[in-house]
Design a protein around this ligand. Structure first.
Ligand SMILES: [Ca+2]
Ligand SMILES: [Ca+2]
Length: 419
């Protein structure tokens, strides 16, 4: 018996020293870390793909960026809209774009037909509160698998709060209002600065822009407050049926020591009305509307603080307040150039060769449209494309990446390169 025990013990010891897998696991502190807090990790798979693609550079930059001359052309001469604020595609059909009106209507159009009529798709006019100028139906995004599930997501204001909801289109032609699933609401202390953009990232998560809540100067210090939803880019995982949403496992404040909203992706923003993904450079680009002096463009990274309300652009904003660590804008312009930036898209369509890889954006007040070029080090070079009399409320891209300009006065434009 004793002999057998020794033999077994010898076998176990031998096994232990031979198998290299068993040796380092319990002793290596680095290996222990990921399993330290399994209960806090939501049941979503960690996605390492983002880190891997960071090393890649799928878009080949030309040696020199020199945009041509452009004019704007009315894309749909036969239709007009009431205060349009967004134009989106559903990621499925080249023949469908959707125009969002502040009052709560969404219309469907066919970009392949210049004479296309607008077809009502979603009617939220009864649900939204438009009593403030910056209130209404502000954002729309289609689920990456819209074709399969029919899910679409909206960002709208109602009395005193922002609502992020999911709706279902069972026939892909209209939306049944009873299909609403409210995911998230947060209160709005003032009528202005409600953010509004909803976009799915390349990682499949839903990104939401929220403004600082409003008034002027962020009187409640919402943007720097990590327990507030305001003045942020939020990121959630909508692929769940039994809960409103899940928190992505790599959201930056999920395991923070201090009390913080798990949904926060980035903070210190004033009113990031429009943001978009530059998929060629793997960047999240946000345009943050300024206070009294400066409009800015930010490259948003996970956990980043963009300075508001201690800084407006690169300038200190609050006299006497302690400076804070923050990420300065990649580009800014003073109010002599424009007074309310409207973020656009990095162009990867086919129609305009000389704008390939350029971030096209504009200003709601001045009507100027620019192209911002980022080199390999993300150093910005800004080019004025043209001056217009449009009230540029939004840009949009269709399913083929072609760019549209939304004029708040009711029309949709396309850029045309002069011969
Ligand atoms: Ca507000
Ligand atoms: Ca800033």
């Amino acid at each position: 018996m004793k002999k057998l025990m020794i033999l077994l013990l010898a076998l176990i010891l031998t096994a232990c020293t031979i198998d290299p897998k068993e040796e380092p696991v319990p002793t290596d502190p680095v290996m222990e870390e990921p399993v330290e807090t399994p209960s806090e990790t939501p049941p979503v798979p960690e996605e390492p793909e983002e880190e891997e693609t960071e090393e890649e550079y799928p878009f080949i930059l030309p040696d020199e960026f020199s945009p041509g001359s452009y004019r704007v052309e009315d894309t749909f001469p036969s239709v007009s809209f009431q205060e349009p604020l967004a134009l989106v595609s559903d990621g499925v059909s080249d023949e469908r774009i959707y125009v969002v009106e502040r009052g709560g209507m969404v219309y469907l159009l066919n970009p392949k037909e210049p004479g296309s009529e607008k077809i009502p798709f979603l009617d939220l006019t009864e649900a939204v509160d438009t009593s403030g100028q910056e209130m209404g139906l502000l954002g729309l995004a289609f689920h990456p698998d819209y074709d399969e599930y029919g899910y679409l997501f909206v960002n709208y204001t109602r009395s005193g709060e922002t609502v992020i909801s999911r709706f279902t289109s069972s026939d892909r032609e209209t939306v049944d209002l009873t299909s609403e699933k409210i995911l998230l609401t947060y209160s709005q202390p003032y009528s202005n600065h409600n953010g509004g953009t909803l976009l799915f990232g390349p990682d499949g998560y839903l990104y939401i822009s929220s403004g600082d809540g409003g008034s002027s100067g962020d009187p409640n210090n919402e943007a720097q407050n990590l327990t507030s939803y305001l003045g942020k880019i939020l990121r959630i995982d909508v692929d769940t049926e039994d809960q409103p949403y899940l928190i992505p496992a790599d959201n930056p404040l999920l395991h923070a020591e201090e009390e913080a909203r798990d949904e926060i992706y980035a903070y210190g923003l004033r009113n990031p009305w429009k943001f978009s993904f530059d998929e060629g450079r793997n960047l999240l680009v946000a345009a943050d509307v300024g206070q009294g002096e400066i409009e800015e463009i930010d490259l948003i990274v996970s956990g980043g603080n963009y300075g508001w309300n201690r800084f407006e652009g690169t300038r200190p904003y609050k006299d006497g307040a302690a400076p804070i660590d923050h990420i300065p804008p990649v580009y800014e312009y003073p109010h002599s150039e424009g007074r309310s930036i409207t973020g656009g898209f990095t162009y990867y369509g086919d129609a305009m060769d000389s704008l390939q890889g350029a971030y096209v954006y504009g200003d709601f007040i001045s009507g100027t449209i620019w192209a911002l070029w980022l080199d390999e080090e993300n150093q910005a070079e800004n080019h004025t494309l043209l001056d217009t009399d449009l009230m540029v409320s939004s840009f949009g891209v269709d399913n083929e990446g072609e760019l549209y300009i939304v004029d708040f006065k009711g029309r949709i434009y396309t850029l045309k390169e002069e011969e």
